[in-house]
Design a binder for this molecule. Structure first.
Ligand code: FES
Ligand SMILES: [Fe+2]
Length: 413
């Protein structure tokens, strides 16, 4: 029997037609889901939160993905640690509360206790030859860039962080994220496979039918050309928008602000990143109902320039930044048909709720949009479970989805 016939997934990959949605199995099978976690997502540096969530020594939160739970803890003033939440005695979860503050982590089963650096502090009644020094919590790869915490669950050497993410550093720095803070956290847990959540996020074909509020902020010619970033819309729409884009870029650069396209990775790239700064369009200064500022200018912005920066770190980690606030989106698989959609609204570090911003104003556009996205994505998932589902053709407005599917299949192959 040939190798390809031994692996049903390879048959599925080989049967996939370019420019079409994936076959049903990719969206619901446990075996595919497990391969997604092992082979696709464990090779990524996942953005899990902003450092302002754990400002003091001993502050921690759990990041859960698939069957894994990672303790992300402030080890000391300068160091963030990340550890697999698995006791080295007999494997119990060590930490059960989703977030909090601890001086040490004590396993609830037999009370082995671990220091904040993951080392084993105490274990009762162990044999004389037991070595505490080699029984610390397993470390997870962790890096911090301009205030954002990245984890990689790879077993061995992770992909090179600096070559992938230093190219984001200047623009992240310009936005002032290292000194920012989270103003609001919300969760939009979605009963759908993680790839459906991603696919929905990277196309704006659905914007007009599904998102009246979002479409009241961004004009239709922008949403058609760049609604989900460069390479997401029809090339003719990009051409039609070129003059407006060029004029805005000149204005932004005159202010000393970043503008334009830095990069947008192709399907054969390891991380499918994008970094681009585009106009919001129309007269909006920021992404609010009335277009007026929601908070203080962040970082080095001198005035409102009507721009929005899209930092796409990988297929499941996105940051959309206005002049005065930003939104971090993370899409995390929890089960084949369940995805955590965790969102953070981020503002300048010296702001105060009520005085400098109103949470309702800040969250208006994306809160309603994410609730709509949850509904349409869950409806998409149940439709795909039908015996009559078959892969369908992508439109010219779903080009980035096609790129994502191509990238995903290459990661799996
Ligand atoms: S499993 Fe943790 S102390 Fe026994
Ligand atoms: Fe949407």
């Amino acid at each position: 029997m040939s190798a390809i016939l031994k692996d049903p997934l390879q048959l599925l990959i080989a049967a996939q037609q370019p420019g079409q949605s994936l076959a049903q199995s990719f969206y619901c099978d446990l075996a595919v889901y497990e391969r997604d976690l092992e082979q696709v997502l464990s090779r990524q540096w996942l953005v899990v939160d902003h450092i302002s969530r754990i400002p003091n020594r001993g502050d921690y939160f759990l990041f859960d993905i698939g069957n894994e739970s990672i303790i992300v803890v402030r080890e000391d003033e300068t160091k963030i640690g990340a550890f697999f939440n698995v006791c080295r005695h007999r494997g119990s979860r060590v930490c059960l509360d989703a977030e909090g503050h601890k001086g040490a982590f004590t396993c609830p089963y037999h009370a082995w206790t671990y220091n904040l650096d993951g080392s084993l502090r105490s274990a009762r009644l162990m044999p004389a030859d037991f070595d505490k020094g080699v029984n610390g919590l397993h470390r997870c790869h962790v890096r911090v860039l301009e205030g954002f915490i990245f984890l990689c669950l790879a077993q061995g050497t992770p992909p090179d962080f600096d070559s992938a993410y230093q190219p984001f550093a200047d623009w992240l720095g310009f936005h002032g994220f290292a000194n920012a803070r989270v103003a609001e956290r919300r969760s939009y847990s979605t009963a759908a496979n993680w790839k459906l959540v991603v696919e929905n996020f990277i196309e704006c074909y659905h914007c007009a039918p599904a998102h009246p509020e979002y479409c009241s902020v961004h004009p239709p010619e922008l949403l058609l050309a760049y609604g989900a970033g460069p390479g997401s819309g029809p090339p003719e729409a990009e051409e039609r928008f070129a003059r407006e884009l060029a004029d805005w870029e000149v204005r932004a650069r005159t202010l000393g602000h970043p503008a334009g396209f830095l990069f947008s990775d192709a399907a054969d790239s390891p991380h499918l990143r994008t970094l681009v700064r585009l106009p919001i369009g129309g007269t909006h200064k920021t992404e609010t109902h009335d277009g007026e500022p929601a908070s203080k200018l962040m970082g080095q912005f001198k005035e409102f320039d009507g721009g929005e920066t899209a930092f796409v770190f990988n297929a499941v980690s996105y940051l959309l930044a206005q002049n005065d606030f930003a939104i971090l989106f993370r899409f995390t698989p929890r089960a084949p048909l369940l995805t955590d959609v965790e969102v953070r609204w981020i503002v300048a570090g010296d702001t105060e709720a009520g005085r400098d911003y109103d949470v309702g104003n800040l969250t208006w556009c994306w809160d309603v949009t994410l609730k709509q996205d949850k509904k349409i994505t869950e409806d998409n998932q149940v439709g795909i479970l039908s015996s009559r589902y078959q892969p369908g053709r992508y439109s010219e407005h779903e080009r980035r989805v096609s790129t994502f599917v191509d990238w995903y299949l290459r990661q799996l192959a």
